[in-house]
Ligand binder design. Sequence first.
Ligand code: BTX
Length: 322
Amino acid sequence: MTEQLIALLREHLGSFVSGEQLSRELGCSRTAVWKQIRHLKERGYEFESAPRKGYRLLKTPERLDANAIVSKRKAKLLGRSVKLYDEIDSTQNAALELVRTGAPEGTLVIAEQQTSGRGRMGRPWHSPHGKGIWMSLILKPEIPLAYTPQLTLLVAVALSRAIKYETGASAGIKWPNDLLIGGRKVSGILLETHAEGERLQHLVAGVGISVNLAQQDFPEELHSRATSLLIETGKVTDREALICAFLEQMEELYVLYHKEGFAPIRTLWEALSVTLNRPVRVNVGSNWTEGIAEGIDELGALVVRLENGERAKLFSGEVELR
Ligand code: BTX
């Protein structure tokens, strides 16, 4: 019904179509038409409405185009196949399903909107329509399962570099997976893996970037914790260009990782980190404790010198900057 309404209004682009005509052609009530128009406004469509004349479509939102991404990208392996959904529960679910049915490495799943976008530990990821980049990339690195944290750090570096390249904004990395601007989260990474024995079979790297969200596009409770590239730079960012920049940075680092191992990635990560050499609160087991984040070890774990002088290694979990 939504798609039919858009098609109808497009046919009459620039002129008014009455509510009566729309309800007749769509076979629904005028209240249903009005509700659909309201729904479209939330998705970035703009209308002029006038009593007795009806509705006139003024502007359609910027939409992502899977073919354009495939052909515009400079990366060769990553993004060679792109699946784009208008609305989906989570791109992670779609990518995990695709990889189970044999999708090759480099397949990318993107959605304009997620209805159950997820973060780590079951936390929700707010993913409104048409404003962000909500995507999941299938990777099949031949590495031991224990090396997985290294890839989280690799994705974070690629993302920070892509954001810098495309928008000029400096996003610092808070261990392990947050990209922050001015202390607020602009992007998050979620890695989900499948292993057989000690070998990693595949992983799905989920990336959420709050690109063109205005302050009012975030729920109230996120206002102090979350931000967007639009809020930080004052400019609308071309989402397709940012996706292509991410794929390019990601591929460059992925090739480097396979050639030279984790060491160069670790150096790049350290330079972008906002966690290192800072007093932090960490949860070790179920307890919160304080210390100084000293470095990253060769597996990608965060090394923290605790107040009692001992060193703790964190492979996952939470870190708060004090
Ligand atoms: P995380 O658990 O580290 O972060 C989740 C927290 O981030 C939330 O509790 C909230 O405070 C904050 N948050 C929620 N939504 C946003 C947002 N849009 N912008 C900024 N901050 C937000 C981080 O988990 C990993 C997130 C991965 C999301 C991607 S989107 C594509 C893919 N599909 C999917 O379901 N998840 C991934």
